[in-house]
Design a protein around this ligand. Structure first.
Ligand code: CAA
Length: 240
């Protein structure tokens, strides 16, 4: 049977592109979402990919949500931690809620989902985990102490779990997208976004599909020797 992939935040933006590309490439896909019910229903109507809601920031809800997916579809063999939020503010104005919510979704979400699937991956001696980080976790970004910290944390988390999974056939990698044409990025004030794009050697935003290609590459059966790596897909804007 085709491998089962779970994509968090998988009904819109980069996540939707990942869900669709994995399905088109022969994976069985379940797309997680939280809050954006209308997006989820439209995505399901368009793709026929099953959609399931739980809050990745909520440990118990995530364990219960993934257990229900496993009961219905079988063990999760490919996990893409794509769910993420921004709450941009310079630190001198940032509220504790803005700090916590971004850390809990963008970084805590990786712990909560990985914790729910790792025992089964270890038992089956196979797993592919891809965590979506960000260029801003590598470079830092004005107004994103919360997001840059979470996304840098995702890279450390990826490397540590890669070490733990290596002897069990589990690879864990990160992708650091640059600015991509999604609702999240389009919410950045236009003048700031224009300056950012002017700094991209390729001269434009990424498309969600261009980020999804990286995920497809990393989750392949043949990618078993690539682990603990961070793949930047940023049009040459930041070379580290
Ligand atoms: N670099 C340096 N200085 C900057 C700056 C920057 N990027 N942005 C603003 N400033 C300066 C302003 O010119 C202003 O200077 P003066 O005080 O001398 O006039 C000062 O900083 C304003 O500071 P404030 O703290 O008052 O900033 P603000 O409240 O007006 O705006 C902000 C802060 C809302 C964070 C705004 O800068 C912003 O929206 N920035 C964009 C952040 C961004 O790129 N987010 C990415 C979202 S998409 C994403 O995250 C996806 C992904 O992975 C790439």
């Amino acid at each position: 049977m085709a491998r089962l992939a779970l994509v968090t935040g998988g009904v819109s933006g980069i996540g939707a592109a990942i869900s669709k590309l994995l399905k088109a490439s022969g994976y069985r896909v379940v797309a997680n979402y939280f809050g954006n019910e209308a997006d989820a229903q439209a995505f399901h109507a368009e793709t026929e990919i099953p959609v399931r809601t739980f809050d990745v920031a909520d440990f118990e809800a995530t364990q219960t949500g993934i257990a229900a997916i496993v009961a219905e579809f079988g063990p999760v063999e490919v996990l893409v931690n794509n769910a993420g939020i921004t709450r941009d503010s310079s630190l001198h104005k940032m509220t504790l809620e803005q700090w916590r919510s971004v850390i809990e979704v963008d970084l805590g979400g990786c712990f909560n989902t990985c914790r729910a699937v790792i025992e089964s991956m270890r038992e089956h001696r196979f797993g592919r985990i891809v965590n979506i980080s960000s260029i801003n976790g590598l470079s830092g970004q004005f107004g994103q102490t919360n997001y840059s910290a979470a996304k840098a944390g995702v890279i450390g988390f990826t490397k540590a779990l890669a070490l733990e999974g290596a002897s069990r056939g589990i690879t864990v990698n990160a992708i650091a997208p640059g600015y991509t044409g999604t609702t999240m990025v389009k919410a950045v004030p236009q003048a700031i976004l224009d300056e950012i794009v002017a700094d991209v050697p390729v001269g434009r935003l990424a498309t969600p599909e261009e980020i999804a290609r990286g995920v497809l590459f990393l989750v392949g059966e043949e990618a078993g020797f690539i682990t603990g790596e961070t793949l930047s897909i940023n049009g040459g804007r930041y070379m580290h």
